[in-house]
Design a protein around this ligand. Structure first.
Ligand code: 13P
Length: 251
């Protein structure tokens, strides 16, 4: 039995005051123990959110980390060691905004993935196709390549302690959600790919869906056999809405 996970990716939103208020709101949510919940604030707000959520079951993570695991002359970067030292538990690797807007390659992402794990952070590897790729019928090929390149670089063993998020690029922030059947088809393909390497990894892997998840569509998505929770953008900026999504994962 996989424990569902819901993670809120706050992206580059908020001020110190609004991040504080959102963390306070999240802290007060009634969430079933069966669901693992995390929030991923901007780097600048991580420490304050950690303070607010101290002694709560809600984990805090980051949206990115440097490829260099420790420290170094990498202006503007934040390392996995620094995130772990602050108290972070997870980190997003390869969000489509990083891949598309910052040109992050699979090769770079495999280095970030291992950097995160080397400091005890759980990487949440994001994969997903663009609208053009979907329309060309290439969805499964694209997702399989993104996942396959990390497996190829690091070996399947690296996936014992990781999470995968399927986020179709065309569904992110657009209000367009993959139908439960569309999402399930990709999640099942991801699990089958993992199973080709290790049945144990495939069975235990949490595969989250992301892309315009809201309180109104969460239960239907999370009800699919291979969807183990969600990676939530816009809707995670409202504590009540986020809470409703977390509860939907516990049904
Ligand atoms: P939205 O929920 O705003 O579509 O964003 C999804 C996402 O990118 C989460 O990482």
């Amino acid at each position: 039995m996989r424990r569902p996970m819901v993670a809120g990716n706050w992206k580059m939103h908020g001020t110190r005051a609004s991040a504080d208020a959102l963390a306070q709101g999240v802290r007060q949510l009634a969430i079933p123990d069966s669901v693992e919940v995390a929030v991923l604030p901007p780097f600048l707000h991580v420490e304050r959110v950690l303070e607010v959520l101290a002694d709560s079951p809600i984990a805090v993570g980051a949206q990115n980390c440097a490829k260099e695991p420790w420290q170094g002359a990498l202006t503007g970067e934040v390392s996995a060691a620094q995130l772990a030292d602050a108290g972070c538990k997870l980190v997003l690797i390869g969000h489509s905004e990083r891949r598309q807007l910052f040109g992050e390659s699979d090769e770079l992402l495999s280095r970030k993935f291992i950097a995160a794990q080397s400091h005890g952070l759980v990487p949440i590897l994001c994969v997903g196709e663009t609208l053009e790729q979907r329309q060309a019928g290439r969805t499964l090929e694209v997702v399989s390549e993104q996942l396959g390149s990390i497996i190829h670089e690091l070996g399947i063993g690296a996936f014992f302690n990781a999470v995968i998020a399927y986020e179709p690029v065309w569904a992110i922030g657009t209000g367009l959600t993959a139908t439960p059947a569309q999402a399930q088809a990709v999640h099942a393909a991801i699990r089958a790919q993992l199973a080709g390497e290790s049945a144990e990894v495939a069975q235990g892997m949490r595969i989250l869906y992301g892309g315009s998840v809201k309180a109104t569509n969460a239960a239907e998505l999370f009800g699919m056999a291979d969807i183990d929770g969600g990676l939530i953008g816009g809707a995670s900026l409202n504590a009540d809405e986020f809470g409703a999504i977390c509860r939907a994962a516990g049904c």
